[in-house]
Design a protein around this ligand. Structure first.
Ligand code: NCD
Length: 315
């Protein structure tokens, strides 16, 4: 595997292998945060055209724990047109000898474009392209689910997952649907009709407009951020109205199944899609998602850059 652009680039076995590698890494990461020499001498560039806190820091931390050199390239605010700026930047990175480029971009397809361009020889990892995909987020979410439901043997057969909220603008939802289905989970999307994309019927998941009904049967409730920055229209009557119908509030928190977990990719709009008590509840795994993100990104970098050379991981 050279690039990770979409969950479609992975077979179920390859996805599980990344999760297994991350699990192995968790054993060395626990406690002392030991640094591994695996990517010594390799250069990883974080190329971020869009704001990000946790994803960029997560990739940076993952690369550093594998002893790679990291360059953070924040390309926001560039005045050159998107296509050209991507090309110029890519050529600069190539000249710097980048081994992997982690790209986040506002345009869907940007990561693919970079990988296909011939401008660089580096591996490309999609860290979020427009409303299209965010594969490492889906992998870290799957890792977190597997970690919490240890009775699941490798696959996710029988697991009921609700993905709730702004599906329309969410690359996290798209990547999660692809991966969760690949692993055998049953996915239900819950949203007002205005926040569902055209053609969602073909995604092979259930659709519900009734959060309460879906909530009581779900093992995993994944809340999505209302992505105000991608909305140039009014998608719901008011924030209050949205929260009442689709927010995870205190009342719904008490309706959750025993052992059900609450997820959110962050950043959270507390009080809009998720109440503070739900975000901080004992069954919320929001912070575990963040820590697991580093492990899953280490595993991804390992698989893309080192797995061929090292038959065994050097620890
Ligand atoms: C997500 C993203 O940027 O797509 N956040 C993240 O990567 N942690 C989701 C979001 O912005 O709502």
């Amino acid at each position: 595997m050279k690039h990770l652009l979409s969950i479609n680039d992975l077979t179920a076995d390859q996805a599980i292998s990344i999760l297994d590698t991350a699990k192995e890494l968790s054993k060395v990461s626990d406690g002392a945060m030991k640094k591994l020499p695996t990517l010594r001498g390799r250069t990883i560039v974080n190329l971020f055209f869009e704001d990000s806190t946790r994803t960029r820091i997560s990739f940076e931390s993952a690369a550093k724990r594998l002893s790679a050199d990291v360059i953070n390239f924040s390309a926001k605010g560039s005045s050159v047109s998107k296509g050209e700026s991507l090309k110029d930047t890519a050529q600069t990175l190539q000249a710097m000898g980048a081994d992997a480029v982690v790209i986040r971009h506002g345009a869907s397809g940007a990561a693919q474009r970079l990988a296909d361009s011939g401008w660089i020889s580096a591996s490309v990892i999609n860290a979020g392209d427009g409303t299209h995909e965010h594969p490492t987020q889906a992998l870290l979410d799957a890792y977190t689910i597997r970690d919490r439901f240890s009775e699941l043997q490798g696959d996710f057969q029988g697991l009921e997952v609700a993905i709730v909220g702004d599906i329309l603008h969410s690359r996290v939802a798209r990547s999660n649907v692809l991966l969760l289905k690949k692993l055998g989970a049953n996915v239900t999307l819950v949203a007002p009709p205005t926040l569902l994309p055209v053609g969602v019927e073909s995604w092979g998941v259930s659709i519900s407009y009734d959060f309460d009904q879906t909530l009581v049967k779900s093992n995993v409730v994944m809340m999505l951020r209302i992505q105000g920055e991608r909305m140039n229209d009014s998608y719901f009557p008011s924030a209050r109205e949205y929260s009442r119908s689709f927010g995870l509030d205190s009342v719904r928190l008490n309706m959750l199944k025993k052992n059900a977990i609450i997820m959110h990719p962050g950043p959270m709009n507390r009080g809009l899609e998720i109440s503070a008590d739900s975000a901080d509840a004992g069954n919320s795994v929001v912070l575990a998602q963040v820590s697991n993100g580093v492990l899953v990104r280490m595993a991804t970098l390992y698989q893309l850059l080192a797995a061929d050379q090292n038959s065994e991981m050097r620890m």
